[in-house]
Write a protein that binds this ligand. Sequence first.
Ligand SMILES: Cc1ncc(COP(=O)(O)O)c(C=O)c1O
Length: 433
Amino acid sequence: MMTLLAKRVALLDTENAFKIGPYIRSIEEQGKSVIKCNLGEPDFPVPEFIKEEVKRQLDLDNTHYCDPQGIPSLRKVIAKYFSETRGIRATPDQVVVFPGAKPPIGFSQQTYCDPGDEIIYPSPGFPIYESFTSYVGARPIPVHLKEDKNFTLSGDDIASTITKKTKMIFLNFPSNPTGGVASPEQLQDIAQVIRKRCSENIRVFSDEVYENILFDGNKHRSIISYPGMEKITILVSGVSKSYSWTGGRIGWALFPTAEEAEVFRNLNINYFSCIPPYNQEGARLALESPLSKDAIVSMVKTFQDRRDLVVDGLNAIKGIRCQKPKGAFYVFPNISGVCENLGSMEAFQNLPADLQQRTSPSTLFQMFLLFEYQVATMDRKSFGRMGAEDFHYLRLSIATDTASLKEGLKRLAAASQDKKGFKLFFERGEHLF
Ligand SMILES: Cc1ncc(COP(=O)(O)O)c(C=O)c1O
């Protein structure tokens, strides 16, 4: 294979959330039930009125090729929505619709970065930011989100990573995997630093897919709303999280200029021609309909109740420390104490170097938890590998019903005390990464 495939193939990493699925299936095939705290999608059905619209569009035979940039009716609504919610002036020719909010990440890196250019991104963060960087020949520059700063960023944090080669800066609030949300003051501070230190020839990629999932009555704020940012920011969102519609594959980006949007339109043409028009009409209605508000409010209330339950439950477990996230539907506990108590730190140190590359103390605990206690979670290194060696966290999704979450907490508490079980699991050596 090494001689068959292009060299860049080896540079592309992945999203482990998709890798863990076959493990779960293999455990379920043995008749065991797995508590799924690994899922990155809301566990609610798509709101009924959206489904009805998609069905109606199918009955209208709206099933043919359509505008590669996104159907005009949807782009018009997106431009209006962004203009109203962000206080900017967006036009439909600056908008491009994609099959989800994920494709504009890699497409942007291909479009704006030459080999050697630097891309700043949050770590822990959505893995695709890092995974694509080396593939396009750019340099990954992680900016580490610290637990003691509620997993947010200050202007100084960003300033220390900016160089003359910086070409893109990725931001993601509310954040996957931490649920961290930058305050208006922090966003202002970050915007000021970027404006002062960077030319207009860079792009800030503001990934706002969790824009509607905020707790404690907080309102979403976007970096694009701060002075000077509209000219350099790519604003991204979509239907996956807000409308619990991950299978709809509709996301969108607003570009600073129509000329840039044209480039992405052409990438769409080259890669997939267009996106199903009947789903785009569903997305249009989702953004337009007054019914969406109630659906979102009820989903967020459920997530907030579950967040409180899970954070309290985790903090009651010896060796675990967990912040209360302000948004999204994940919690990100620090499990250093558990890794220490169980012996997973020591076990990791004793592994040969090639195995150490593939795992980590938190991965060992993640695998132990999955295979011996049937709780599926994600490890720290699934959210950016560079410089993550000394950080020991898990991501638990709360997009699972309350009874399952309670059972998951019970199993997690038991696993975190089971030194003997961990030792046997490690010695068997079957699932160390
Ligand atoms: C931060 C972030 N950005 C983008 C995406 C991709 O979303 P989509 O399903 O719309 O492609 C996700 C999905 O988990 C995400 O967490």
